[in-house]
Design a protein around this ligand. Structure first.
Ligand SMILES: C[S@@+](CC[C@H](N)C(=O)[O-])C[C@H]1O[C@@H](n2cnc3c(N)ncnc32)[C@H](O)[C@@H]1O
Length: 233
């Protein structure tokens, strides 16, 4: 058995801050990749009634985690599986905690982006994710904690008619959660402003040629397709 990272447990204050940053609650399914003695999952189960899956390659750590989960009477909420974090199925996680290394986070990054549902949160103790900038970051006693929200795939060309029957078209480019692009109103190039993507929801404004023609739209996406469009009045 080859460990990609040694066992170094997160301390209590960091765990609390990670769970708060991830807004972890009873409707979540929390995965801890490299779960060690299970303390993140046990804390979330005990204090927040959160279901959890621990993925750990070292069977001795798994036995410790199961023993502690039983001690705190939360074993019915938790599963600890002996598997490699690089190959385990992660698609059901709504929140994921990581205390690994930046190089491992970067290796995991394509799977996190493609396999987790948009809107899932990733919380990392100490380590960043390369050029995927965190949505939030906090510092606790010299330790950084990072949060990312998995963005939907929104790049492409999208068209719709507004309530007043005007044809809108946008062409979007995307780098992680950062979205840029261009907009057309009735085939005339106009200004696309303030495109902000969070999970499956993209908010943007389109400014037509007249000052009075500013419109705000909220678009939602699923599996790379535009699902709904709301026009704010
Ligand atoms: C730094 S510890 C973090 C433990 C726990 N997540 C915490 O924050 O308290 C990293 C854990 O990853 C486990 N690990 C290392 N390589 C692994 C791999 N390829 N697959 C699954 N677990 C691995 C180690 O055994 C260790 O328990």
């Amino acid at each position: 058995m080859l460990l990609d990272v040694p066992f170094v447990p997160s301390d209590e204050a960091v765990i609390e801050a990670m769970l708060n940053l991830g807004e972890v609650g009873p409707s979540d399914l929390l995965y801890d990749l490299g779960s060690g003695d299970g303390r993140i999952l046990i804390t979330a189960a005990r204090d927040r009634n959160t279901r959890g899956i621990g993925v750990e390659i070292d069977p001795l750590r798994i036995s410790d985690a199961m023993e502690d989960a039983a001690h705190f009477r939360v074993e019915y909420l938790l599963d600890f599986i002996e598997e490699d974090l690089f190959t385990v199925d992660i698609k059901d996680a709504t929140v994921m905690t990581l205390y690994l290394l930046e190089s491992i986070n970067i290796q995991l990054r394509p799977r996190l982006l493609n396999e987790l549902r948009p809107g899932s949160r990733i919380i990392s103790h100490a380590f960043d994710m390369g050029d995927w900038k965190a949505d939030k970051q906090l510092e606790l006693g010299g330790v950084n904690i990072y949060k990312w929200v998995v963005p939907a795939q929104v790049a492409g060309i999208w068209e719709w008619d507004s309530v007043d029957d005007q044809r809108y078209r946008i062409e979007l480019q995307q780098k992680y959660q950062e979205v840029t692009g261009s907009a057309w109103l009735a085939d005339q190039k106009v200004t696309l402003k303030n495109a902000t993507l969070c999970g499956d929801t993209l908010e943007l404004s389109i400014q037509g040629k007249k000052a009075s023609s500013l419109k705000h739209f909220t678009l939602t996406f699923d599996k790379g397709e535009l699902q709904t469009i709301f026009e704010d009045s």
